[in-house]
Structure formats: C-alpha cells, structure tokens
Design a protein around this ligand. Structure first.
Ligand SMILES: [Zn+2]
Length: 479
C-alpha cells in the first residue's frame, strides 16, 4: 500500500518565484508529490481502500521545504574559535551534531549543505540521516576547509599551526592542495570548501591554486565552493569555474558582471554579520567586532544590490553553527535580510531558499518546487510569507514539516534544549588589579580588547553564569 497525505485548502507557493495559488491542495504519494491544484479528487487518484492522511491547511501556506546552503553542522554553537577547533572529542562532537540536525529540520529546513567543518563529522551525519538512523534534513557536506597561510581557518600563530581537530587544513603548495582534495573525496565529501582570506582584504590563494583544486574536484565528480569575501577571490573563483560562491561582500561591477554571465549562484550568508551587528551586545560581543560586522555588512549591501540588479542567482545561507547563530534559530532570517539589504522580494528569497537550493543538495529539478513528481519535501506555514517573510522565522508558525514524504514529529524539549561543545578554558572575563579592588572611582584596568568597563563587568558576570550552567549540564566539563 502507498502512503498518502492530502494537504487541503492552502495557499500554495511553489518555489519558482510565482505568486501564491489560493485554495489549492497538494497530494503526496510516498516520497513524491502526486498532484497540486484546486480540484484534486482523492477518489480518482487514490485506489479504493488506501488511507489518506489529511492535513487541513485552510488559511495557511504550503511551500517547499527550505534549504540552507551554508550551515556548519559540526560547529557546535561555539563562542570562541578555540571551542570550535580544540575542545570536545570528535566522538562527542559527532553526537552533538546529530542532535543539532533535528532542530534544523523542525525549523522548516528540509535540506542543508555544510561548506566545511570539523573532522569528517558532516559525512557521518549525512550517512546517519540517509540511513534513517538520525533525524535531520537532507545533507551534503564538505570536510575541513582547505586553506593556505593567511586564509580563513588559519586562525592560530604559525608555531601552533592549523590543528587536526580544527575546521581547517593547511596547504601551502599546489601539490599539498591536490593531495588534500583527493583525500577528502576518498573520505566521502560531497563538496570541497576552499577558504580564502577571512575578510576579503586580499587574495590568499593564487588563481592557479584555485583553478588546480577546482579541476581536481571536478575530475573526481564532486562540487567545490569558496569562502570569497574579496573581489579578487570572486573573480578567481568564477574564472576557475567553482560551483557556487560564498559571500562576495567586496564585489564591484566587474565581478558582479562575471558572476551574472557565468550563471554561478551566490550564497551571500549575511545572517552572521547581521546577528553580530544587531544583537551582538546581547551575547557579550565586543563593540569592535560589532562595528566591524556592520561595516562589512554595508559593503555587502552595495555588492548584493548590484548582484540582484544584474540577475545573479541567489542561494540562502546563514553560517549557522556559532553561538550567535545556533541550530534551528535563524535559518529563515537570511531571507528577511536579503529583502532588507539586497532588495529581493519575499517570493524571490523563497525561490532562493527552495528551487535554487536544490543545486547544493545535488538534486536539481527533483526538490525545492511544489509540483507533480518532485520529492515530497514541503512545509505548512501559518501565515503568508509572500507578504511578510518574517513569519518563516517563528517556529510556532511552522505548522507541519514533511521530508521525503514523512511527517516530522515535534516536541518542545528537542526544539529548546541546547548541547554546545565544551567551553573554552576562560579563566576570567577581565583583570583584577589593586586599583580595581582598592582604588576610587570606576575600574581602571587595562582594556586590551576595546570593551568599556560596563561591558567587561557584564561579560564577566555573564561568563560566570554560563560556566556554572554549562557545568551543571555537562558532567564531561573538561576541568
Ligand atoms: Zn561559513
């Protein structure tokens, strides 16, 4: 017997950028969409005696499950780079990543692509999900970022290097880069992530290196993407023929034109910057870092507006996986931010999150559109995201999530409990000097990272509270 689901009486946003179709129903048969329209007759379409599960979606919206093309499943909601790179065993990281996968799915995201991460955890999580052992979105993944000295993920001094437990692997010659590509493909990645300069101030790789790695990835029938904030990095990546580009903050007319002409999609991924600059103060982020994010965001807004005008194809990505972008929380915020900063319409951002996103899942033309014969990844939303894109961020409005024809069960505990990586070995939030203790007036301790005295005080208090909470939650705390 087939499994049938009828979602009735909804407004359907099909994911191709067209307007909602009111009063329509969607019939799912097993893991495929069987029919979409106003007059679906289950008596005609469903054999007599087979049960149809009905979801009444009157007044609600049905749309494809969304796809986050930049979701670091193995980043562990780290607050510091050291937490992301050094603490927590690979085994424990893997369990935590599997736990986090559930939250993404329940937020209405039925697909993710992880452009790099810790160890080979992305591959393990993908295998667990594909085997039906782990609950989570459809997943494609890279391994550790391939970087070069001065590239992103080369975070530590040269005398420390890029540790094996970190999210990057250091390669400083073309031979080392090609060897790393071969190893990663052998270890099961879907894509290879190249890490150019962190903020786009310079080109970290050479064009030849990017081209050589891209060619080897393609020879091995995998895909390649690049962290490319700088204009030169975008130009080199487009010339080399990467499959999609991450960020593009500093693009000028020239690189925007190259990108548009090539048809290579762009995954802006501004949610991380937006969370830093809008709400970083809530999480103890220094004013220096918040201001830096705001400046980069202003650059991005200019470049992304040009890209939209030039017809560049957008993807939706969030850099989920940091403490300020936890799993299941802000995936749909990227859509609101692209409306705000790049001038996309809500329906264009939905297309970016659905039809366009199919590419990063290696499922072009098979998922991301509500139409007959497509894979049955659909969500039911309470509200009209074509009018207010923000409704997609409110999990109370995600009425149903169906992935591969299966209805996802919700429970509040899974959606709210967090399981971050072990905490960094922070000894204190600021200095205790003689003057601080016995002096008059406000503390005059040195301020090496640019925080105000108030911010230091708040942070010290907050860190203490977090450490105590983490110790209660985690018997495995590393002290
Ligand atoms: Zn990222």
């Amino acid at each position: 017997l087939a499994s049938w689901i009828l979602i009735s009486g909804a407004s359907v946003i099909d994911g191709t950028g067209g307007p909602p179709q009111p009063g329509a129903s969607v019939l799912l048969k097993d893991n495929r969409i069987a029919a979409v329209g106003e007059d679906i007759s289950t008596e005609e379409l469903v054999p007599r005696g087979e049960h149809v599960h009905v979801i009444d979606a009157t007044g609600k919206t049905v749309m494809p499950g969304m796809i986050d093309a930049h979701c670091h499943i193995s980043f562990g909601e780290a607050r510091t780079q050291e937490e992301q790179d050094l603490y927590t065993s690979p085994e424990s990281r893997t369990l935590r990543s599997a736990w986090n996968a559930k939250k993404i799915l329940r937020a209405g995201f039925t697909g993710i692509s992880a452009p790099g991460g810790s160890w080979n955890i992305g591959v393990a999580v993908r295998e667990g999900i594909d085997a039906g052992m782990v609950e989570g979105p459809r997943t494609t993944t890279g391994g550790r970022f391939i970087t070069t000295s001065n590239g992103i993920s080369d975070f530590y001094p040269t005398w420390v290097g890029v540790p094996e437990s970190s999210i990057g692997v250091l390669a400083n010659t073309k031979d080392e880069m090609i060897t790393e590509v071969r190893k990663q493909v052998k270890n099961g990645v879907d894509l290879v992530k190249l890490g150019d300069s962190p903020y786009g101030d310079y080109l970290a790789f050479t064009y030849d290196e990017i081209a050589a790695m891209t060619d080897m990835v393609h020879q091995l029938k995998r895909r390649v993407t690049i962290h490319a904030r700088g204009a030169e990095a975008v130009a080199a990546a487009v010339r080399a023929g990467v499959d999609w580009v991450m960020h593009g903050d500093h693009m000028t007319d020239e690189e925007v034109g190259m990108l548009a002409e090539s048809g290579i999609p762009l995954c802006p991924t501004i949610t991380l910057l937006c969370n830093f600059s809008d709400w970083g103060a809530l999480a103890g982020v220094s004013s220096k870092r918040r201001d830096g994010a705001k400046r980069l965001l202003d650059k991005s807004a200019t470049a992304l507006t040009k890209a939209r005008e030039a017809g560049v194809r957008f993807l939706i990505g969030t850099d989920t996986g940091f403490a300020i972008t936890p799993f299941g929380e802000w995936h749909a915020r990227e859509m609101e931010m692209l409306v705000k900063y790049a001038g996309l319409t809500p329906l264009q951002t939905i297309q970016a999150a659905t039809q366009n996103g199919a590419k990063v899942l290696n499922l072009e033309g098979q998922v991301g559109v509500v139409a007959p014969d497509m894979l049955a990844d659909v969500i039911v939303v309470d509200g009209d995201p074509s009018k207010d894109i923000r409704v997609l961020q409110d999990k109370r409005r995600i009425h149903a999530v169906i992935k591969d024809g299966q209805i996802v069960e919700f429970d509040a505990e899974t959606e709210t409990r967090r399981w971050p990586y072990d905490r960094a070995q922070i000894i204190s939030g600021s200095e205790i000097t003689y003057d601080l203790v016995y002096g008059e007036g406000p503390p005059r301790a040195p301020d090496p990272i640019g925080w105000s005295a108030d911010e230091q005080g708040e942070l010290a208090f907050e860190l203490r509270a977090q450490e105590l909470a983490a110790r209660d939650e985690q018997p495995s705390d590393n002290r």
